[in-house]
Write a protein that binds this ligand. Sequence first.
Ligand SMILES: Nc1ncnc2c1ncn2[C@@H]1O[C@H](COP(=O)(O)OP(=O)(O)OP(=O)(O)O)[C@@H](O)[C@H]1O
Ligand SMILES: [Mg+2]
Length: 342
Amino acid sequence: MLSKQGEQSKNRGSNPFAVILGSSPEIVVACNLAKRASRGDSTVLIIGETGVGKSVFAKAIHQASRRRGGPFVTVNCAAIPETLIESEFFGYVDGAFTGASRKGKPGKFELANGGTVFLDEIGDMSLTLQAKVLRVLQELVVERLGDTHEIPVDVRVIAATNKDLAKLMESGKFREDLYYRLNVISINIPPLRDRREDIPEFIEWFLRSLNKVCNTSVTCVHPAVMEAFMRYPWPGNLRELENAVEHALNLTDGDELRLEHIPPHIWQRAIENADKNDTACAKDLDDSLAKYERDLIIAALKATGNNRSKAARLLNISRSGLYKKLQKYAIPRDGTAKRLTE
Ligand SMILES: Nc1ncnc2c1ncn2[C@@H]1O[C@H](COP(=O)(O)OP(=O)(O)OP(=O)(O)O)[C@@H](O)[C@H]1O
Ligand SMILES: [Mg+2]
């Protein structure tokens, strides 16, 4: 059976940060910063590749803040056409432009009054808009298009980007003043490949939630699948992992995720990586799988702080089964063996 570690260690429901899974030092640091950020109203900049959980963090900060009763309004700066973006941000008054609604319309900042505005993909905003957003941040007022009347807004801004804003700033594509205004608290969420020890917990969580969606009842993961997942570089991060698990669930009949269920490019990549560093027995699949198994045991021991019961649960084998394998592969008691295929 899969471990219940994720659910036991986090009190879901009452704590908005409980939805943020992972126990790697990187994610713990990011979570602690986010918790501190939720105590006040300072602007937060969340930086990370696509699919690392930037939106999840932004929502958790809002939910944990004193603004939780107010709205959380997301604006995706990359998705709105340039011609509409100003009216989306700031709203417009009756007759401001052809096609404008007769009654006028509030912009996102107004809609977020008393709550939080989440400016997603902030690196994609034009320089003109950057100047206008900076004004809102500094003066906390907005002017609707076609109006000169200033409307005060009480908003907290959380911005996110997968771009290197410092680089954009150097090349003149991002305003320096806005950068410093946004960067009061910055939270860096590292890619999944830099915190691989979190992968088993994510797999377990995605299995739990996606079993319901796919009407399946998978409770265990074959060691070779776990190893392939631990080895794959995950350019799409958590979103890609979630989709890979969903893909696999759709192909299963029983209660186990096996290598043949996961998207082929993932296990192919894992085998390629294994072959690269292997001279003696690369061509022998049995040997490769044995190495996968040995490495997986080491990874599980590492992920569980060398706790053998937890490692056995993670690997879906009995404790005595784990002891036999530790002997077979001559893994020392302290679990400090080097992985063979890294
Ligand atoms: N730490 C986490 N714990 C649980 N689920 C997570 C975590 N991080 C990400 N996810 C899940 O991964 C998926 C992608 O997360 P999210 O949309 O927050 O990423 P993002 O960084 O905002 O991506 P993008 O740059 O594409 O907008 C979501 O389904 C989310 O629930
Ligand atoms: Mg997002």
